[in-house]
Design a binder for this molecule. Structure first.
Ligand SMILES: *Cc1c(COP(=O)(O)O)cnc(C)c1O
Length: 248
């Protein structure tokens, strides 16, 4: 087996074990391969191993890779901060957007979805705060404003609400944050029955997210074999260990 195949197997095994430990059917937890900073060849290799969903956090890198890999039957997801002027490019690719945290962005995506004649599927990103509970560190809507944002999004014609997305605070036990996000996801689903998904968990905390009900985990480092970026602060920085001509 190649490294990528081994890594994919290991990640899937972790997800399955976490699901069983939580009394859940492993088939209810999907894997999103976060391919930001990877060369397109790695996406192609993972797609060849059956991985169907890939996530990027920069619009330019997403558009470039999608063009290079247009022959593959993969589904793209956008998981980073999205500027309104990039909404159309992302919508044209049929990408699922995980990071909707304000009405103005939702409106831009809805217009783009209408223009592309394909509704944009979105997650609302909720801000779980930093290690001290402070808001604003990693994007997302204040939990207190989530219901109003959901109502606004649900009324837009070019957009389809799929669920909630959350990132755990860095440097703190992820469990209380994920439990809280799981409750918010359940409340969102109660108000908007189509919002069935809960996107949470990354390489370092996918078990805790699955325990809290995640239906989709977003994993990059553990698939690529890179070392996790712990001290730099931003998950979006270019990794130091992967030398092979990664775009962007
Ligand atoms: C990079 C990133 C991930 C993947 O993180 P890893 O620790 O590399 O698995 C997941 N979610 C978001 C929003 C990211 O930016």
């Amino acid at each position: 087996m190649t490294d990528l195949a081994q890594n994919l197997r290991a990640v899937r095994d972790r997800i399955d074990a976490a699901a069983r430990a939580a009394g859940r059917d492993p088939a209810t937890v999907a894997l999103l391969a976060v391919s930001k900073t990877w060369p397109a060849a790695d996406v192609r290799a993972l797609a060849g191993l059956g991985q169907s969903d890939f996530g990027e956090n920069r619009a330019q890198e997403l558009v470039g890779k999608a063009a290079e890999l247009a022959d593959l039957p993969v589904r793209w997801h956008f998981i980073g901060q999205l500027q309104r002027n990039k909404a159309a490019a992302v919508a044209r690719l049929g990408a699922v957007v995980h990071s909707v945290d304000r009405t103005s962005l939702a409106q831009a995506l809805s217009r783009a979805g209408e223009a592309a004649e394909r509704a944009v599927e979105v997650f609302l990103q909720v801000d779980l705060g930093g290690p001290e509970g402070e808001l604003g560190a990693r994007g997302g809507v204040d939990p207190a404003e989530l219901p109003a944002l959901a109502d606004a999004v649900a009324g837009l014609p070019g957009i389809r609400l799929r669920g909630l997305m959350a990132v755990a605070p860095r440097g703190a036990d992820p469990r209380p944050a994920f439990d809280r996000a799981g409750e918010l996801a359940a409340r969102l689903r109660a108000d908007h029955p189509e919002a069935v998904e809960f996107s949470a968990g990354m390489s370092g905390d996918l078990e805790e997210a699955v325990a809290a009900g995640a239906t989709l985990v977003r994993v990059g480092t553990a698939l690529s074999g890179r070392r996790p970026l712990t001290s730099r602060g931003d998950t979006g920085v270019t990794p130091v260990t992967r030398a092979s001509g990664a775009p962007g």
